[in-house]
Design a protein around this ligand. Structure first.
Ligand code: GLN
Length: 232
């Protein structure tokens, strides 16, 4: 398996992802400057978190025009895996690879916290190392992480099982008290219809090394790796 990580001016979680894929899991990993377009030979492309182009205009609104993003679209359309984390999720919605939008948090504050969320399904490479309904804890760090979509889009997402991660309480209750940013339906992460594109506001790459004291994110990368090992 080969991983590519897109680097924009202002990305700040790119090295964190590489530390997990290359450092902890020993997976061949390449950093891809946003002006590069060659993603061939890559299995997983990660659009990392951060503040691409300073998040001026709107988070992800400038990054979506980068040359690398054209190649990311082709990569996704070929059915290959794309993971957008935080700013990466925002970029994926700007591009239209995922529906909806990420808007200012309900309380208009930047939130930096560790929060519980539910893994809704485990039948995809992304979550094959979790169990369906498992409550995990991951860091969040965003100012514009409130998932929003029109009611038809939201219904389609729910009907198709496209909500992969949902904020909840430590004991698994999904309600407004366990919703850190006001996301509709407590949505923390969604997939496209085919399931090969995942966008999520929480940061699995910041929760993979025991030295940090939180490791629930490691299983996401391990699940993807395992899916290649068995040739899924
Ligand atoms: N950690 C991140 O990727 C932050 C995303 C974006 N800059 C926001 O504040 O919402």
């Amino acid at each position: 398996m080969k991983v590519g990580i897109i680097v924009f001016p202002g990305s700040n979680c790119d090295r964190d992802v590489a530390t997990v894929t290359e450092g902890l899991l020993n997976v061949a990993t390449r950093m891809i400057w946003h002006q590069d377009t060659d993603l061939s030979a890559l299995d997983l492309v990660v659009i990392p978190g951060g503040f691409s182009y300073g998040d001026y205009l709107r988070c992800g609104a400038i990054a979506r025009f980068s040359p690398a993003i054209k190649s990311v679209i082709e990569h996704a359309q070929a059915g290959k895996l794309v993971l957008g984390i935080c700013n990466g999720f925002q970029i994926l919605t700007e591009v239209g690879l995922l529906p909806g939008a990420l808007i200012r948090n309900r309380d208009l504050h930047f939130i930096c916290d560790r929060v519980p969320m539910k893994v809704e399904r485990s039948d995809l490479p992304w979550t094959s190392n979790y169990t369906s309904g498992q409550v995990i804890t991951l860091p969040i760090a965003h100012g514009e992480g409130r998932y929003f979509a029109d009611s038809d889009t939201l219904k389609t997402l729910e009907d198709n099982g496209q909500v992969l991660f949902r904020y909840c309480s430590a004991t698994g209750e999904v309600n407004q008290d366990s919703n850190p940013n006001g996301s509709l339906d407590n949505i923390a992460g969604i997939i496209n219809q085919q399931g090969n594109v995942l966008g999520m506001m929480p940061h699995p790459e910041r929760a993979a090394d025991a030295a940090i004291g939180i490791t629930d994110g490691k299983a996401l990368f391990e699940g993807v790796l395992a899916s290649f090992a068995v040739g899924v």
